[in-house]
Write a protein that binds this ligand. Structure first.
Ligand code: NI
Ligand code: MN
Length: 224
């Protein structure tokens, strides 16, 4: 599995012949290393409907005839805009051609800018070929993360650290302690003034509890 970090909460996965993009907020992100035209994803997985996650979903979906995977209300909203969708809900998993995807609990809100309800916010777990990644989405620290750590051996956890809208660094370190991933990658920081923070502080605090954090550069790829 190849994992490319595209900034904010956007993560691109290459698994065999499949390309999956999570939370493709590219155009509105001044530091994005790619434009949506360059994305050839056949699946788009969404944690929730806020603009900094839904982002370029429709453009990418239409260009590639990609399937949008999301909680039922957000899937329905995407379908109403013309996307092919696969609706799910929290706690459910489904086997896709690229592997198994499960929606997990996230404590956060989700609506369009004008207030249309888009279902609950979610985290996403993707397992393929014995490897598992967990994208926590936008969320507060939840004790349910401990359950994720017990149920799954997480290779890479994407964890929001920017505070204000999600966990801040100290809560994010606690989340990493609950989940016990091989590698924790900080996301959702420094994109806006409200979420400015130092990812190195997160990495140092994760190291202090005996775990490993990796600060991925925008556009950087790792292979697991
Ligand atoms: Ni959000
Ligand atoms: Mn967000």
């Amino acid at each position: 599995m190849k994992i490319r970090y595209l900034g904010h909460s956007a993560v691109l996965l290459n698994i065999g012949e499949h390309e999956i993009i999570i939370d493709p907020f590219l155009t509105g992100n001044p530091d994005s290393p790619v434009s949506p035209d360059e994305i050839n994803a056949d699946f788009i997985a969404l944690t929730h409907g806020h603009g900094d996650h839904f982002g370029d979903t429709m453009q990418i979906a239409k260009k590639n005839n990609a399937t949008v995977i999301a909680i039922a209300e957000l899937a329905k909203h995407s379908a109403s805009l013309g996307a092919k969708v696969h609706a799910m809900n929290i706690g459910g998993s489904h086997k896709f051609p690229f592997g198994k995807l499960k929606l997990t609990i996230a404590h956060h809100s989700s609506s369009t800018p004008d207030g249309k309800y888009l279902g609950d916010a979610a985290g996403i777990i993707i397992s393929s070929n014995g490897q598992t990644i967990y994208h926590a989405g936008d969320t507060a620290l939840t004790y349910d993360m401990k359950l994720i750590g017990l149920q799954f051996k997480i290779d890479v956890m994407f964890v929001p650290i920017g505070d204000n809208f999600t966990m801040g660094i100290n809560d994010a370190v606690k989340a990493v302690e609950y989940v016990q991933p091989i590698i924790a990658v900080p996301i959702h920081y420094n994109t806006f003034p409200e979420i400015e923070c130092d990812p190195q502080e997160f990495a140092d605090k994760v190291a202090a509890i005996g775990l490993k954090a990796k600060i991925m550069e925008y556009g950087e790829t790792i292979e697991i």
